[in-house]
Design a protein around this ligand. Structure first.
Ligand code: COA
Ligand code: AMP
Length: 628
């Protein structure tokens, strides 16, 4: 482990030297003379006087160095029967033109642009066009409903929203425009313009004076040049679920992000310029931002944008078809995708129909990698299966197997070791390090490495309160786990009310807010329970107001529909039980962790702080009733 240990040691003892070296792989309009500004602790800033443009580094830099004809992007869309490729030169030109269109609509450096698009090349083009202008994009995942979009529009206050007439999910055409219109109706902030990509599957009605067809917007636009920005300027805001209904606007800066992602491609993902990297995720999530859009392009690799599912588009061989057709070297997805494939094709017979000789690695992240899925994937694909652990907040892996730096042995159940730059600790409730083998809270000693969030959008206080106040001097990850004697980390799950459904991060608090708004509901709890396909699924429990008579089946259907309508289909809440009471501590806190333990079939001790043990006894049979 010498190469890894040496790099990790240096990154912690001398981060200035370590990350200063890493800046050299990129173009800077003004190279940073200082690497780390510690003067406003705990608000650390990387490369404080550096100036660069992220889009230049992702596109123009490669064209300028003679790689303009190399493939930058492969769009593979089984749901529309399309495969389209873009060279670096073509993609640069499309991005420059769309940046010109945004400029014509008044978008300037620092302005926000909300992007609400399905998995089409225009999503990536819109993001890079914002980066080109020094504008700040905020992509909202298509599975979120109008209200969630409205909340994000009100927080980011975009000048322009870029969207499409529809997405295509499981063979259904899902119109996006009515959701966008409803969101703008609900939001207090009104964007000046909306640019709408009209897809052939469905035409959206445009609001005169506000909305423009994408084709019309680019028709007369001059290509825009890259605007140099401060390394510390925001590149994007990505909203993620916290423990309340109010999402957190994770901010990503330009300089630290480019340096960290560029470093990660060679050192963690072992991917070189010209190789084909496929992150089968969605641009609405952090994995999509980092490893569909920015990192592969910063590295000069070819990225695959896949508008489809692991199963059903058309079958459980879809991933193998894409790998063989495009000669993918590195596949990155969430374990749930593999569980979906395994469910349909348990012995992996479809794999034999395709030539997978190009594939060197499988990286999995986004949720805990269960040892069974790890073993199944490794045996069937005969490539190393590499778990990596990270969060929207960090933007790139905290713990991983650094394949390019030094391939380490893998251990089932562990994402391997802390990545250089991250000083990971496991602590007890008093903040003291616990010995190997003992569970605790996983924290990261400050400063976080480049690429991690410098703050939350417009809310430094919430940033400190959410992440830095529990263990001063450390960032609270919200995950629990332990180290083993060899320094391998085991991440066991969230210690808060965030849940992970099919690799999608969701807040049980947000769902509780929706259930509590029903006129019949006095109080409620939503917990995440184990699910063999999605990892976790939410389950709701409601107590009715005194004197209210409601048919449980009708009420449940109403509550499920409300969550779908308010948060979106992605919330996947399907089961709500009406119960006489919820178990609480004497101070009135609902015992969600105890409920979760019982629902997951664990022998959960009854907490000594419980107010009325009889309530838990009554609930026990409901909790252990399996999810349909
Ligand atoms: N736009 C609109 N709706 C969307 C959507 C989008 N971009 N993405 C998902 N939805 C909808 C789905 O259609 C589904 O709706 P339904 O309840 O009407 O069927 C609902 O949201 C739940 O979607 P999902 O959680 O994806 O479940 P699924 O049963 O459709 O598919 C998997 C399950 C495992 C196949 C799927 O989650 C998957 O491919 N996961 C891969 C992992 C991944 O991408 N993780 C992201 C982070 S790395
Ligand atoms: P997100 O912000 O959507 O990327 O979700 C981050 C959360 O997903 C983390 O805090 C973890 O709880 C979980 N997670 C992500 N990757 C892993 C992993 N490899 N192992 C265990 N949990 C993971």
């Amino acid at each position: 482990m010498n190469g890894y240990r040496q790099a990790h040691g240096q990154s912690i003892s001398d981060p200035e030297e370590f990350w200063g070296q890493a800046t050299k792989g990129l173009d800077w309009s003004r190279p940073p003379s200082r690497v780390l500004d510690r003067s406003r602790e705990p608000f650390f800033r990387w490369f404080p006087d550096g100036e660069l443009n992220t889009c230049h580094n992702a596109l123009d830099r490669h064209v300028d160095s003679g790689a303009g004809d190399r493939t930058a992007l492969i769009y593979d869309s089984p749901v529309t029967g399309t495969v389209r490729t873009y060279t670096y030169r073509q993609l640069r030109d499309e991005v420059a033109r769309f940046a010109g269109a945004l400029k014509n609509l008044g978008v300037q450096r620092g302005d926000r642009v909300v992007v609400y698009l399905p998995m089409v090349p225009e999503a990536l083009i819109a993001m890079l066009a914002c980066a080109r202008l020094g504008a700040v994009h905020s992509v909202v995942f298509g599975g979120f409903a109008a209200h969630e979009l409205a909340v994000r529009i009100d927080d980011a206050k975009p000048t322009v929203v870029v969207s499409a007439s529809c997405g295509i999910e499981a063979g259904r055409v899902l119109p996006y425009k009515p959701l966008l219109d409803a969101a703008i109706e609900e939001s207090a902030h009104k964007p000046r313009h909306c640019v709408i990509l009209q897809r052939p599957q469905c035409t959206a009605e445009l609001v005169s004076g506000r909305d423009l067809d994408w084709a019309e917007a680019i028709a007369g636009a001059e290509p825009a040049a890259c605007v140099p920005v401060a390394a510390t300027d925001p590149l994007y805001i990505l909203y993620t679920s916290g423990t309340t209904g109010r999402p957190k606007g994770v901010v990503r800066d330009n300089g630290g992000h480019a340096v960290a992602l560029h470093w990660s491609m060679g050192n963690i993902f072992d991917t070189r310029p010209g190789e084909v990297f496929w992150a089968a995720s969605d641009v609405g999530w952090v994995v999509g931002h980092s490893y569909i859009v920015y990192a592969p392009l910063l590295a000069g690799a070819t990225t695959v944008l896949y508008e489809g599912k692991p199963v059903g588009t058309p079958d459980a061989g879809a991933f193998w078809r894409v790998v063989s057709q495009h000669r993918v070297t590195t596949l990155f997805t969430a374990p749930t995708a593999f569980r979906a494939i395994k469910k349909e094709d348990p012995s992996g017979t479809l794999i034999a129909s395709y030539d997978l000789s190009s594939l060197r690695h499988l990286f999995l992240a986004g949720e805990r990698l269960d040892p069974e899925t790890y073993a199944w994937a490794g045996e069937r694909l005969e490539v190393p299966v590499l778990d990596n652990w990270w969060q929207t907040e960090t933007g790139w892996p905290i713990a991983a197997n650094p394949r390019g730096l030094e391939p380490l042995p893998t251990k089932p159940g562990s994402p391997s070791v802390p990545v250089p730059g991250y000083d990971v600790r496991v602590v007890d409730s008093a903040g003291n390090d616990v010995p190997p083998g003992t569970d605790g809270s996983i924290v990261i000693r400050l400063p976080l490495p480049p690429g991690c969030l410098p703050t939350l959008w417009g809310d430094d206080d919430r940033f400190v309160a959410s992440y830095l106040s529990a263990f001063p001097g450390n960032y609270l990850t919200g995950d629990g786990g332990r180290f083993d004697e060899d320094g391998y980390l085991y991440v066991m799950g969230r210690t808060d009310d965030v849940i992970n459904v099919a690799g999608h991060r969701l807040s049980t608090g947000a769902m509780e807010e929706v259930l509590a708004a029903h006129p019949a509901v006095a109080e409620c709890a939503v917990i995440g329970v184990a699910d063999t396909l999605k990892g976790q699924v939410p389950r709701g429990f409601v107590v009715l107001k005194a004197g209210v008579e409601a048919d449980p089946a009708t009420l449940t259907a109403e509550l499920v529909a409300m969550v779908r309508q308010r948060i979106g289909a992605v919330a996947a809440l399907r089961q709500v039980d009406v119960v006489p009471a919820l178990p609480k501590t004497r101070s009135g806190k609902i015992l969600r962790r105890t409920m979760r333990g019982i629902a997951d079939g664990r022998d959960e001790p009854v907490p000594s702080t419980i107010d009325d043990p009889a309530v838990l006894d009554t609930l026990r049979p409901v909790l252990i009733r399996s999810t349909p």
